[in-house]
Design a protein around this ligand. Structure first.
Ligand code: GUN
Length: 292
């Protein structure tokens, strides 16, 4: 039976450790502040944003909340971002994705001052990540690396198989894992991949970020592998309060019989995303305040 990677516990510890840094900033007259922009009423986005705002408050940081209607235009978003870029009291800017169609997220993200890009989605941040230069790391991929490190999963020399090529998770994770500081051999699988099950069975570290509930089953997993489930899928279920339950991309029961380590959903990667976001906001505030 696999070791269950407790992301909630690790994230809680990281959040407690951040308190000292927040206190030092506050003592120096700076309250770390994140502006969160949410356009439209996507259900998953609403709950992510609510969780981020609660976490900010608990950490002693400021959250500025911009809830915009579905019909918001790109021009309106760009002018809000310009104002937030110019506001010295705002240290981080987060535009919750996906944006309502037909808004093109690319120019919106590119309008954020890279010094405030705490999501790590700006092309400058992406470039720094690929080049191995310092910069904001995207929160979910960074959280995955921290979980592997905290549980002593060997990464250097391992074959890491990443499923999914999204700009938020799969692509940055594949790049991070192949950097010299992680030193894994990486295979990135996507919808064009043939023999995906065979490739999965070669993985020492298998990371699923595909958005397909329960797709990865025990027979696709090498004995002893570390299985990281980034999937957050709403599966309709009658008799539940919300009418759905959250399920990962991994079929936990069969996978846990083969894996050496496994993240549960919920309680695995999810809490880490928020902890890494808070850390990026603190980092941005420290840099702006000349503390680090
Ligand atoms: N949508 C899904 N995950 C994320 C995230 O980490 N940041 C933002 N801005 N949007 C998301």
């Amino acid at each position: 039976m696999a070791v269950i990677i407790d992301g909630k516990e690790v994230a809680g510890r990281l959040r407690r450790e951040l308190r000292d840094r927040v206190k030092a900033l506050r003592d120096a007259g700076t309250v770390p502040c994140l502006a969160v922009i949410l356009a439209g009423d996507n259900g998953a986005s609403l709950s992510y944003v609510a969780a981020k705002e609660k976490a900010l408050e608990e950490a002693g940081m400021d959250g500025r909340d911009f809830r915009l209607p579905e019909e918001t235009t790109q021009a309106e978003l760009l002018s809000l971002i310009a104002a937030l870029n110019a506001d010295p009291q705002v240290h981080g800017i987060l535009v919750q994705l996906p944006l309502p169609s037909p808004i093109d997220a690319g120019p919106v993200i590119a309008a954020i001052d890279p010094a405030k890009d705490v999501d790590g989605f700006h092309p400058v941040s992406v470039g720094n990540l690929v080049l191995g230069r310092p910069g904001f790391l995207p929160c979910t991929p960074h959280g995955v690396l921290v979980l592997l490190r905290e549980y002593g999963v060997p990464v250097s020399g391992a074959h890491a198989v990443v499923l999914g090529r999204s700009g938020i998770v799969g692509k940055p994770l594949a790049n991070l894992l192949s950097r010299r500081d992680q030193n894994a051999t990486v295979t990135l699988c996507h919808t064009g991949t043939r023999n995906m099950a065979d490739i999965c069975r070669q993985a020492d570290i298998l990371i699923a970020a595909v958005g397909k509930p329960g797709m990865i089953r025990g027979d696709m997993i090498k004995e002893g592998a570390a299985v990281i489930d980034v999937g957050v899928n709403r599966v309709p279920e009658s008799g539940t309060k919300k009418g759905y339950r959250i399920r990962g991309d991994v079929d936990f029961e069969t996978a846990a019989e083969k894996a050496g380590f496994i993240t549960p959903v919920p309680g695995g990667v999810g809490p880490m995303t928020i902890a890494m976001l808070l850390e990026n906001v603190v980092q941005a505030a420290e840099t702006a305040g000349g503390i680090r």
